[in-house]
Design a protein around this ligand. Structure first.
Ligand code: G3H
Ligand code: 13P
Ligand code: ZN
Length: 314
């Protein structure tokens, strides 16, 4: 069942985080649904601009509608990830999305508010929720000064003003993470002080953590063993993810880990079975392995086992 992102957030806030997983194709879709059913978790499916262009945006919609029929017990929201204004408006008009993310974080504070407000007004008229972003996502190196770190991380007072003036429904904050497989060079991690300060100023307001892949060491080792070249890859510790979920981080975005599972499975499969040229054997293994990854991650997030509780409050 496709539900509103807001409903999922309301149930989760302060207790656990909902996993927001990016998908691009059929195998990821099947693995994601299976993993969420196995772990009995509500979830968010994220479609990026790149994913919408990979085959066709209509193909993604058709896949999700069909997955909804194949897995009738699933409870999920459909979300546009990192949209620009035009893509947000397209998704709002399509009537298919539960929520959109307007990412104007590269603009000035005032311009970010202006763009986000335009998107929020259009989205709210159709009952669609809006995620916005404030701050510069990116790892904060250990040697940088406090003022340099503050320049990157979301400023709590600015966040409160931004939310009030833009009308967004959730906020992606820069709290030390970055996208991709190379997040930290040393012992850096999440800036819990920043999360705490933002949540204190906006109690009950859902915060979003982008760049939340854990980049599992074992996946990286196996990718590299079969010819990959992922040197010094590092992600967010799972302990930190669980903690953030109890502090107001209600949506945790994960894409890279899924790509790593895909890469590891296909490297292994083609190395171990060099005579095979059929796409289905590795595809089957990937779907099962991805489902297993998702189920494990939902346990870390605390969303595992929450499906029936959520169904009752819908
Ligand atoms: O944050 C970005 C997501 O990982 C989506 O990546 O734009 O390559 O689909 P993409
Ligand atoms: P990762 O690159 O850590 O998976 O983050 C994905 C993300 O933030 C999507 O918006
Ligand atoms: Zn992101």
């Amino acid at each position: 069942m496709i539900v509103s992102t807001k409903q999922l957030f309301k149930h989760a806030y302060g207790k656990y985080a909902v996993g927001a997983y990016n998908i691009n194709n059929l195998e990821q879709t099947m693995g994601l649904f299976q993993g969420c059913m196995d772990s009995k978790a509500p979830f968010i499916i994220q479609l990026s601009k790149g994913a919408r262009q990979y085959t066709h945006k209509k193909m993604l919609e058709a896949m999700l509608k069909t997955a909804n029929e194949i897995f009738p017990d699933a409870i999920f929201a459909v979300h546009l990830d990192h949209g620009d204004e035009a893509t947000c408006m397209d998704c709002i008009g399509s009537g298919f999305y539960s929520s959109v993310m307007i990412d104007a974080s590269g603009e000035t504070f005032e311009k970010n508010i202006e763009i986000t407000k335009r998107v929020a007004d259009a989205a709210h008229a159709k009952g669609i929720a809006v995620e916005a972003e404030l701050g510069k996502l990116g790892g904060v190196e250990e040697h940088v000064s406090v003022s340099e770190a503050d320049a990157k991380l979301t400023d709590p007072a600015q966040a409160a003003e931004f939310v009030k003036r833009s009308g967004c429904d959730s906020l992606a904050c820069a709290i030390g993470t970055s996208h991709g497989a190379f997040k930290f060079t040393g012992k850096q991690g999440l800036h819990f002080d920043v999360i705490k300060d933002i949540a204190k100023l906006m109690p009950g307001f859902p915060l979003v953590m982008h760049g939340s892949s854990s980049v599992p060491e074992d996946e990286v080792r196996r990718v590299n063993f079969f010819g990959g070249k992922l040197k010094d890859a590092k992600g967010v510790s799972e302990k930190d993810i669980t903690k953030a979920g109890t502090m107001g981080v209600t949506k945790v975005n994960i894409d890279t880990d899924g790509r790593l599972v895909w890469c590891r499975v296909h490297r292994e499969q083609f190395a171990l079975y060099p005579e095979n040229f059929d796409l289905r054997p590795p595809g089957k293994v990937f779907m099962a392995e991805y489902a297993c990854y998702i189920a494990g991650k939902n346990k870390v997030l605390g969303s595992a086992g929450k499906l029936e509780e959520v169904r009752k409050v819908l």
